[in-house]
Design a protein around this ligand. Sequence first.
Ligand code: FBP
Length: 557
Amino acid sequence: MDILKFKQKSILQQLRSSYQPKLPAALQGPVKAVEGAATQSAGDQEDIKKLFPCTYGLPELTFVRDENAASIHSDEPCNVGVILSGGQAPGGHNVICGIFDGIKALNENSRLYGFLMGPEGLIEHDYKELTREIIDEYRNCGGFDMIGSGRTKLEKHEQFEKGLEIIMQLGIKAIVIIGGDDSNTNAAVLAEYYKAKNVPVQVIGVPKTIDGDLKNEKVEISFGFDTATKLYSELIGNVERDCNSAKKYWHFIKLMGRSASHIALECALQTQPNYCVIGEEVAAKGMYLDDVVNDIARVVAARAAKGRNYGTVLIPEGLVEFMPAMRKLIDELNDILAENPNFSKLHLDEQRDFVLSKLSPENKRRFETLPPTVARQLTLDRDPHGNVQLSLIETEKLLSEMVAKKLQKMKDEGRFVGKFKTQHHFFGYEGRCADPSNFDADYCYALGFNATMLINAGATGYMSAIRHLAKPATEWEAGGIPITMMMNMEHRNGKQKPVIKKALVDLNGKPFQVFANSRELWAKETCYIYPGPIQYFGSPEMCDQTSCTLYYEQGGK
Ligand code: FBP
């Protein structure tokens, strides 16, 4: 058997690998960094300043073309170590390719080392050199499989010291951590540690996460959101078309995205479902589970009255965390689990009894009224950052079961005349390793190349930032944002910790407003849009379009 046959690439893979990502004009030649004013953290300034004495208050950096330099050049090789941290997101490989091309442009003798399976690779000295041959294999393709990713939390001094040993041994000038809010927080802590110790190692972060919650006025969007939401929207569109063809099911679709509902909102804007729950609105209105259930039942009954016994409901993965009552329960469960590391070793019945014995009377009542499967899902192992693993909670089933009960009651009272048959879906992992859209391919490559320019400018504790993303890629602005600028103090794992402030859906923002103004029509009528698959070849209008969220946030009408 010819083993090589199994190594062949698909035609799309072959053609896609030759795509040349577009770089912002500012990065297409020698650059110089222009410093902005000194910065402040997003909140708790005094606390953050104390924790980051060496890297607090740094200025923002913007790159402009350096007309006095003939070419990008560094006399010394610029060796870099790169880490992929946390969940996969489309475009990670292009960040690495951008770093590679950046360091080679600076000095052909520069070397790139990939630490394997996340931060663990740095601590355990598990790495591989990323040669041109390896890099070329992965240009413009999805996944993180070039070096793998992991969720080990890089936060202890022993870990930093272990990392330093291999960094020194390999002559590494800078570490680039490609991760979400927690991983970039760790990047800032690591940068501070090395700077305080006066060792010549820089640390740069890159904003990654499909969740879209790592953004603020300086970081317009994390990479991966664009591709993942386009892919989910294709799938939702297909489900909607099936739904509209058979006209016999209500589809309950849970969408990944951890806490924030950006993914659900973006997919709703792209596909116009009959209902979409936005967790942030649920929180703002102080809604209980029953309120959400009643509202969905209202929409189902109104459609049924017109003979439409079908529809689609989008549910954000993090919904339960937004219900104030559930939030209180989850917070208390987080603390109980953090204080009892052997909890997961207990038998299932013992776990339930243990939790019930520790909860406050109010939360105990809440816990007892939840369906046992959901109650159990709430006590599963936290991730290394202390977060509930929301992808494991079957909210889509919880809601549809509760809606069915409510409709039965309404039927008994003569207020519901239709049928209610359901299907359930969870779209999450399907989207995280897709080949990046043109937007993400360009954005990621620019983020990586830009990270190298930050390293060359001597920056540490900065996040690579590419802005004005709704414009054509060549007009994007490139620079760096001090990570401490995005931080505040939050209660995590039972302690107050400095963290990057998570961006939730802004209910006064344009994307939500557009949705809110249309949803009653989408509920009553059938206004589905079928976005179809991501297009990589063809007119820029089709291939380079940004997400609706970015379009509206950047002033689109
Ligand atoms: P990151 O924040 O690390 O990018 O991960 C995001 C995410 O995809 C969430 O949307 C999801 O809840 C979680 O990862 C799933 O984690 P895991 O891959 O560990 O199951």
